[in-house]
Design a binder for this molecule. Structure first.
Ligand code: RM4
Ligand code: MN
Length: 388
């Protein structure tokens, strides 16, 4: 049996970046509802992320989205974040909101549009140098809606050339991670639809380029943990965007729709060394909180990841290996399920208390009056949304 003491060092290493946009208002294409206390500036988003870290000890960095989080003084923003106990993390580029990007960005057929998109990424790299961020995460809305609309092959070649130019400007300690998504906003084809395309593109770039796996970006029924295993095996799993979905790219709280899937993913992460000291895997959330409060939504999210990580670490690996070697199909499956059904919440509450953290961060937040304080303080100004 694996005990909780055995897994504590690995749990200690767990760090999950929070997306700044999770703290802004968000919604569907039908309506975005405002919430009292919503941030009105990048600083206020960072303060909210820092609160999540303060109560959980799990979220030491905040990912930025450019231009949503543009400020004049990056050194000042970095100092502000550090003062609150968090770092500035992954910089997410945005080439999907300007009119010029109607037919794509890095894969566009027109060199002038590609130039604009490449320059945006070069600007992101400059920002990263000022913020101390390691990763440039690229997600593209590029694709087409109708067969024949554009050349699939030419677009793939354009993408490769554009990425090369960005990659060439990476600093020694900087990385590029390329995210894939099988559909939306384009519906016939997406220029980076799947892990294989991302893998082919980043492999052609070099050792500082990796794939980003967003858990919501697969067709229903996809065996995501297999992809996790394969990318780790190939040394190209750079980061996760965690969230959960029932139907499409729902961006709901990670582990809410299918905790067992999250467990299976984390089991493969651990098997592949993704939680080791020198792991290249950056854990991040990519979520929106449309109807629930955002700070507790993020607290719940990081706790869900921690709970499923603990369960996946608890798998009795010698017993599993023995059952697998004996082709004991049900025995092997039983070893995995025993770990999955272990309630780790009391042990994690003790773990937190041992670190001076609240045993129950959700309760501590609710009882702190912080949400009410933010609602009273943050009056006037424009509440930010996930798209601004
Ligand atoms: C995209 C993708 C990106 C995220 C944006 C907001 O669907 O998942 O990672 O930055 O949404
Ligand atoms: Mn994502």
């Amino acid at each position: 049996m694996t005990s909780f003491a055995d897994i504590a060092p690995a749990l200690e290493r767990q760090a999950i970046e929070l997306p700044s946009w999770a703290f802004g208002n968000s919604g569907t294409r039908f309506k975005v509802f405002g919430t009292p206390g919503t941030p009105r500036s990048p600083e206020e988003k960072i303060a909210d992320a820092a609160k999540v870290h303060e109560l959980t000890g799990l979220a030491p960095a905040v990912a930025l989205h450019i231009p949503w989080d543009l400020v004049d003084d990056w050194a000042a923003l970095r100092a502000y974040a550090n003062g609150l106990g968090v770092e500035l993390g992954t910089v997410n580029s945005n080439t999907f909101q300007d009119d010029e990007y109607k037919f794509g960005s890095l894969a566009h057929s027109d060199a002038a549009v590609r130039r604009k998109a490449i320059d945006h990424h070069l600007r992101c790299l400059e920002i990263m140098t000022a913020t101390g961020s390691r990763d440039l995460k690229i997600w593209l809305a590029d694709g087409t809606n109708y067969p024949g609309q554009d050349s699939l092959r030419a677009r793939q070649d354009n993408l490769a050339t554009s990425l090369q130019e960005i990659y060439a400007q990476l600093g020694d300690d900087q990385r590029l991670v390329l995210e894939y998504k099988f559909f939306e906003p384009a519906f016939y084809h997406t220029d980076v639809p799947d892990w294989g395309t991302s893998f082919a593109q980043v492999s052609a770039l070099g050792p500082k380029a990796y794939t980003c796996l967003d858990t919501g970006h697969h067709a229903p029924g996809t065996n995501i943990e297999f992809i996790v295993m394969q990318l780790l095996r190939l040394g190209k799993l750079g980061s996760f965007d965690f969230n959960s979905r029932f139907y499409a790219d729902d961006d709901l709280i990670v582990g809410a729709a299918d905790p067992f899937q999250l467990f299976r993913i984390l089991f493969e992460v651990i098997n592949g060394g993704g939680l080791d000291v020198d792991s290249p895997v950056q854990f991040m959330l990519d979520q929106c909180h449309n109807v629930e409060d955002k700070i507790p939504g993020q607290i719940r999210s990081v706790l869900n990841v921690q709970e499923m990580t603990a369960r996946a670490l608890l798998v009795d690996r010698p017993a599993l290996a023995a059952a697998q070697a004996a082709h004991d199909v049900l025995g092997a499956n039983g070893v995995l399920m025993d770990a999955f059904y272990t309630d780790v919440r009391p042990a994690l509450a003790d773990w937190r208390e041992g670190r001076g953290l609240p045993a129950d961060p959700m309760k501590a937040y609710a009882e702190s009056g912080h949400q009410e304080k933010l609602a009273a303080e943050r009056v006037g100004g424009k509440q930010l949304s996930w798209s601004a």
